[in-house]
Design a protein around this ligand. Structure first.
Ligand code: FES
Ligand code: FES
Length: 212
């Protein structure tokens, strides 16, 4: 069963109650067990019929409207799957701990932190990354255009995550006013402090998205 919880306005998705943090805690606990005990007893994962840590898992990931078949270590995050295995490097690895929002992508239209999400939990879901938001004719998404028009970035490192989060924020109906935008974009940090211009861009894109 799919489980979800919110962290900084982003949905963290788990499959069968397994998220990256819990999975790694389980792995660390196993590693801390004395060697003799580990060799005498089957691991909790294998006795439960689940994948062993490190075992490749066959996956079909649907990203930006295309299917990708991969065999990945079951501990691979969605962020590493996108960047290292699919060559989609738009989502950035800022903190790798769910604190900066640079890795934000959309899963079934909702904002997700790809660094906290296991790729193996993404079977059957539709993912969108910054590489997939432009129009088919090559025109920019209204949010991309608004970020340019309002000078809403400086170094640009946080920008793909900001734009994906902003699109999610508008679709969720949270971009009602500047205060709402600031609150619901608070999970996306910008070290260049482009925040005022980001808020202006989202307000402008909101109407353009409605009209498009
Ligand atoms: S890299 Fe995912 S939240 Fe920072
Ligand atoms: S534009 Fe540099 S971190 Fe946001």
């Amino acid at each position: 069963m799919l489980g979800r919880f919110l962290k900084d306005n982003h949905t963290v998705t788990t499959d069968c109650g397994v998220d990256r943090r819990n999975f790694l805690v389980g792995t660390v606990s196993t590693a801390a067990t004395p060697l003799l005990a580990r060799t005498d007893q089957p691991s909790a994962a294998s006795s439960a019929g689940g994948p062993s840590p490190g075992a490749p898992v066959d996956l079909l990931l649907r990203v930006n409207g295309s299917d990708h078949r991969l065999a990945l270590d079951s501990r691979t995050t969605l962020l590493d799957a996108l960047r290292d295995h699919l060559g989609l490097t738009g989502a950035k690895k800022g903190c790798d701990h769910g604190q900066c929002g640079a890795c934000t992508v959309l899963v079934d239209g909702r904002r997700v932190l790809a660094c906290l999400t296991l790729a193996a939990s993404m079977r059957g879901h539709e993912m969108a990354t910054i590489e997939g938001v432009a129009r088919e004719d090559g025109g920019l998404h209204p949010m991309q255009q608004a970020f340019i028009d309002h000078d809403a970035f400086q170094c640009g490192y946080c920008t793909p995550g900001q734009i994906m989060s902003a699109i999610g924020c508008v679709h969720e109906g949270h971009a009602i006013d500047a205060a709402g935008i600031r609150e619901y974009m608070s999970g996306n940090l910008c070290r260049c402090a482009a925040y005022p211009n980001i808020v202006d861009a989202i307000q402008a894109a909101k109407s353009a998205m409605r009209d498009s």
